[in-house]
Write a protein that binds this ligand. Structure first.
Ligand code: NAD
Length: 417
């Protein structure tokens, strides 16, 4: 795949190349790991509510399936492209490998605007898209999940469509399903829980305790709100939170439970009486121990990086730090936990859902959480040890771990020809 400079696939390659050079990766494996295994483009005709037929363009990319079935979400968005889906599928490959779960990387998407579609139209689109890629997916081939603008209900339609085609109920074809039909306990909280675990482990490594540490979080959605809740429970002082509308700051620590109640009613943290208003701009410059960007990409840039004062940055969101800002933070001795490690607990929980579906035997929430704790600590330690061994930042170390694992199995499997 040709990578244009400044492109999202180009950004993935930049991260790949840095780690691959340190690993001394042989040119053949290098070539294999920088090409997508399979890219599927489908046209999905759908009869809309007004009787007219629309044709939607859908993609599914299996970037690398050396370690196991492809794993990755399906996004519905007007801006979806094959290029973007391919880069996201590549990132899933490295994320699954760093999480040490037996999955390759995949991603899917359909060019559509779900905010302008009825429930019936969305169901029809989902079923047709899945029917079009049906030969490529399956519990041992490719296991989709929710992503931007797709949810549990859409995953339920994915599972039903696949099951109707093969003639029997197959829950393990997709993850992120409702609990009643093969979903896993603990999945909703998994990403925030993982962020909390790596924040605690990072604090230990850097030399402070998470109990009593001050934390600022951008974003109060799934990842941000669970991280805030669990960090507060662990004794941390969550002093600032921002969201799409505004932010709130309290140097003595916010009452996170009360803030959750407030957000349930008002859909934003803006106006919460338990603190003073704060902007994103100020949040990133706060003198805190831990900073967690958990909202959008490209939030820590060269504009604000020189003024970041946190000791630890945990990337709850995907791609929240630009490469130059990351370099700057690292040079200033700030410990940055990269997204492919920090939020990998989401895909680890998906792996747990797939395992439970295949067993037909479901774990308690306590069991899910205990296993998640073990997997996250294992992943964190593997990356930390690699970073110490090669004297590199945690992001490069995470890529070294991930690429090393996929490369080893590629070599062991040998060349099929
Ligand atoms: P979400 O939609 O539940 O929450 C996003 C939050 O960001 C909301 O609180 C929203 O108000 C806030 N936000 C939006 N614009 C903002 C702005 N300009 N300034 C400050 N806050 C703003 O999303 P999520 O599931 O919590 O995901 C957040 C990030 O984490 C994304 O990058 C996502 O890709 C990544 N991620 C999520 C998961 C998961 O399991 N949910 C897993 C891996 C990675």
């Amino acid at each position: 795949m040709a990578a244009t400079s400044g492109s999202i696939f180009g950004a993935m390659l930049q991260e790949f190349d840095g780690a691959a050079r340190i690993l001394n990766l042989e040119p053949g494996i290098w070539k294999i790991l920088t090409h997508p295994k399979r890219q599927i483009i489908v046209s999905c005709p759908v009869q809309m509510d007004n009787g007219e037929i629309e044709v939607f363009c859908g993609f599914r990319v299996q970037y690398n399936i050396t370690l196991g079935p492809a794993k990755g979400g399906i996004r519905y968005h007007p801006g979806v492209s094959l290029h973007e889906v391919t880069a996201l599928a590549a990132w899933m490959t490295w994320k699954c490998a760093v999480a040490h779960i037996p999955f390759g990387g995949g991603k899917g998407g359909v060019i559509c605007d779900p905010t302008r579609m009825s429930r019936r139209e969305l169901e029809a689109l989902t079923r047709r898209y899945i029917a079009e890629i049906i030969d490529a997916i399956g519990p041992e081939k490719d296991v989709p999940a929710p992503d931007v603008n797709t949810n549990e209900q859409i995953m339920a339609w994915v599972m039903d469509t696949y099951s109707m085609h093969v003639g029997h109920t197959t829950t393990s074809v997709v993850t992120g399903k409702p609990l009643e039909m093969g979903g896993s306990l603990g999945r909703h909280e998994a990403t925030g829980r993982g962020v909390t675990i790596v924040a605690r482990e990072s604090a230990k490594h850097v030399g402070f305790s998470i109990a009593g540490a001050t934390v600022a979080i951008q974003g109060f959605g799934n990842v941000g709100s669970v991280s805030a809740t669990l960090l507060a429970r662990a004794g941390a002082k969550v002093v600032a939170i921002t969201d799409w509308k505004g932010g709130v700051h309290n140097g003595k620590g916010l009452d996170v439970e009360k803030l959750l109640d407030y957000v349930r009613q008002h859909k934003t943290v803006d106006g919460f009486a338990g603190g003073e208003p704060i902007t994103n701009d100020r949040l990133f410059r706060l003198d805190v121990d831990v900073l967690i960007p958990a909202a959008l990409e490209n939030q820590i840039t060269m504009e604000n990086a020189p003024e970041v004062r946190a000791k630890v940055v945990v990337e709850g969101a995907n791609g929240p730090t630009t490469p130059d800002a990351h370099q700057h933070l690292h040079q200033r001795g700030i410990f940055v936990v990269p997204d492919i490690l920090a939020n990998s607990s989401g895909v680890t929980a998906s792996y747990f859902e797939w395992v439970q579906d295949r067993y037909g035997y479901f774990w308690t929430e306590k069991e899910v959480n205990e296993r998640l704790e073990a997997k996250m600590c294992e992943a964190f330690n593997a990356v930390l040890q690699t970073s110490l061994k090669y004297k590199v930042d945690m992001r490069t170390a995470a890529y070294i771990v991930a690429i090393g694992r996929v490369a080893t199995v590629t070599r062991l499997r040998g060349m099929y020809a």
